[in-house]
Design a protein around this ligand. Structure first.
Ligand SMILES: Cc1cc2nc3c(=O)[nH]c(=O)nc-3n(C[C@H](O)[C@H](O)[C@H](O)COP(=O)(O)OP(=O)(O)OC[C@H]3O[C@@H](n4cnc5c(N)ncnc54)[C@H](O)[C@@H]3O)c2cc1C
Length: 180
């Protein structure tokens, strides 16, 4: 596989694919490196995203990947980046399986890691019955008994956000939630 690129993008989910499309269409040689673990991977259906409402996260990224990889300037590599370094020429990127790639520019599109509170079952239910966003998933659970778990005074603001979706709300308010 080719090793030298104009731009390497670490993370090949929605952000990385969007950046790759713009760069690929500008005739930049782009490599996307992705470890296949987007933050929304446990959620069954995505919502509130026009033209994609109700699709699975994978359907959305598969379609995006298909469209982006039609540009011959863009390549995709499955792998985990474990090391990056910079010298006068640009960046050197190393993957877990010791492959090396080089680029003039580097884009970090590796997302965020959700840190789960130390509550049994919480992580398993994340994105399914434990919901992070009322706009993405609130409609699907409207009218159901709902607990709001929040760290500090922001819990009260959340109760106003979901008031229109359910009247059965318990506020589980903690000054300090223990995270793993
Ligand atoms: C549970 C849940 C449900 C959601 N539901 C909705 C919804 O219904 N509607 C909506 O609009 N938004 C929703 N979101 C928000 C949406 O998923 C995020 O805004 C979006 O995924 C962010 O895209 P991203 O590309 O920045 O990050 P991510 O999608 O998280 O992708 C980051 C990518 O980088 C890769 N990566 C990380 N580190 C490395 C590395 N070292 N080497 C190689 N690759 C790496 C990961 O494997 C991953 O593929 C939801 C989020 C969550 C957590």
């Amino acid at each position: 596989m080719e090793q030298n690129f104009d731009v390497i993008i670490i993370g090949g989910s929605y952000s990385g694919l969007s950046a790759a499309m713009a760069l690929g269409r500008s005739l930049r040689k782009v490599l996307l490196i992705d470890s296949g673990k987007p933050c929304n991977r446990q959620t069954r259906h995505s919502h509130n995203f026009i033209t994609h409402d109700g699709k699975t996260p994978k359907e959305i990224s598969d379609l995006a990947k298909e469209q982006v990889l039609k540009y011959e300037t863009v390549k995709f590599h499955n792998g985990i980046v474990v090391k990056t370094s910079k010298n006068n020429e640009g960046f050197e990127i190393e993957t877990e399986s010791n492959e090396k790639f080089y680029a003039k520019k580097l884009i970090l599109a590796s997302g965020i890691k959700d840190i789960m509170p130390n509550i049994p079952g919480f992580a398993e239910c994340w994105g399914i019955s434990v919901i992070h966003c009322p706009y993405c998933h609130g409609y699907e659970v409207k009218g159901k008994a709902t607990g709001i778990l929040s760290n500090g005074d922001i819990a009260f603001d959340f109760s106003k956000l979901v008031f229109n979706l359910t009247k059965e709300t318990d506020l589980i308010y903690q000054r300090k939630i223990n995270f793993k």
